[in-house]
Design a protein around this ligand. Structure first.
Ligand SMILES: [Fe+2]
Length: 422
């Protein structure tokens, strides 16, 4: 009996030492407890724990076997394996470690091995592996230096890096995580642990990539939807402006041309893209109040009576009333209300002058007058360009804001073949 205990103690002693050499600490401790129990003759403890310890040992052997011979890849891993084999770069100055890592991993992954940080960086300049296993302690550049360069200089923030280390100290791990490592694998390697950690981290990385791709896809869709809505709004406003122009047989396309000239003046005046867009919409809608003026008055061929002219003069306020509740563009009614004001005063409906006239209305005022002169009327053709030019010049400071009138004159000057008319 005594001999039996002695033999048992020798066996569990061996069981304690072997796993320790490959880092399987908890199994080693279980074997150690059995060794102590054998020394003390604690049969109960041995009966309760022997089977569990042996099962763990068999699992460890199976794991090593799986790693060495490329079999028994866990079922869940096989199910989630990507169609293309993932590529792992292993960096370690110890060539034996490189060999072991390669043998453990190559059944499931494409593996590249390099023996130094410098060679790892050279490798990464032309290749983009899915994961890097990086030794922490190497002569020359250590793992921290290499990781820093991978992240900062090479800009490869998306490749997960697992540190390979013999260190068992918390500070090293904390520093590693701070520098951007995703995990640690302790040396000497335990096949099962290494395979599972690599597999888990690759799964996480895949999920992250999928998530990012999905976010990109949804963002693109939202952007397309927004652009479509913007086009729809623009087209709806354009339709409305055509409806307004259709009331007057002599103002075909007037609102759209005023919108375009106004936008160009705003662009040349250095206004932002958003302001240019706003003024384009204001230009399209500046005459929307004409909806409230009878067609007979608008299309009257002869001279208007005072009453009829009073009806025409109502269109800026009517337009403003129509537009004032559009909350998405609160100032959109400005062009409608004040495009018939004069810079020097004496315009309508409010008789304001100078900078009191909102800037957008001052721009639309110039563009509106220009289009009136360069469009056909029942009683005349398009005015000659030099006549138009001198009318604009005459109106500087009286009818028109000098800044925007001068921009209009520049546009006329650039229009060498006088193409800018109805
Ligand atoms: Fe008008």
């Amino acid at each position: 009996m005594k001999n039996d205990w002695a033999n048992y103690r020798i066996l569990v002693h061996a069981l304690k030492s072997t796993p320790l050499s490959i880092g399987a600490v908890s199994l080693s401790e279980k074997a150690k407890a059995l060794e102590m129990a054998a020394r003390d003759g604690d049969v109960r403890y041995i009966e309760a724990n022997h089977a569990g310890c042996m099962a763990d040992y068999r699992a460890l052997l199976a794991g090593i076997d799986a790693g060495l011979h490329g079999k028994a890849v866990p079922a869940e891993a096989a199910a989630e394996e990507p169609a293309v084999r993932e590529h792992i770069l292993v960096v370690d100055d110890d060539r034996m470690n490189l060999k072991i890592a390669e043998r453990l991993l190559k059944s499931s992954y494409d593996v590249s091995c390099v023996p130094s940080g410098e060679e790892a960086l050279a490798f990464l300049r032309s290749k983009h592996p899915d994961m890097i296993l990086l030794d922490l302690h190497m002569p020359g550049m250590d793992g921290f230096d290499v990781l820093k360069q991978i992240r900062q200089d090479l800009g490869l923030g998306d490749i997960p890096v697992i540190f390979l280390t013999v260190d068992d100290d918390q500070n090293t791990e904390v520093k590693g995580f701070e520098e951007g490592a995703v995990d640690f694998i302790k040396k000497p390697f335990v096949a099962e642990i290494m395979l599972r950690r690599v597999q888990r981290m690759l799964e996480l990385s895949r999920l992250r990539h999928n998530l990012e791709a999905e976010v990109r896809k949804q963002t693109k869709k939202a952007e397309e939807r927004r652009e479509r809505m913007e086009r729809l709004s623009e087209e709806a406003v354009l339709c409305l402006s055509k409806t307004i122009d259709a009331k007057d047989k002599y103002t075909n396309g007037h609102s759209e041309r005023v919108a375009k000239y106004s936008r160009e003046i705003a662009r040349r005046a250095g206004m932002s893209e958003i302001e240019q867009k706003d003024i384009f919409f204001m230009g399209l809608l500046h005459d929307v109040g004409k909806i409230g003026v009878p067609d007979t008055v608008i299309n009257k061929p002869g001279k208007l009576t005072d009453e009829e002219f009073a009806l025409i003069k109502k269109h800026p306020v009517t337009g403003f009333e129509i537009l004032k509740d559009i909350t998405e563009m609160p100032g959109i009614g400005q062009g409608a209300r004040w495009h018939h004001e004069r810079y020097g005063g004496g315009g309508y409906p409010d008789g304001i002058s100078g900078e009191d006239v909102p800037v957008y209305a001052r721009i639309i005022g110039v563009a509106d007058a220009y289009d009136a002169m360069t469009s056909k009327r029942s009683y005349r053709d398009v005015l000659p360009q030099d006549v138009v030019r001198s009318e604009i010049e005459k109106g500087i400071g009286t009818q028109f804001d000098p800044t925007f009138a001068k921009i209009m004159l520049d546009m006329i000057k650039a229009d060498v073949h006088y193409e800018m008319h109805e």
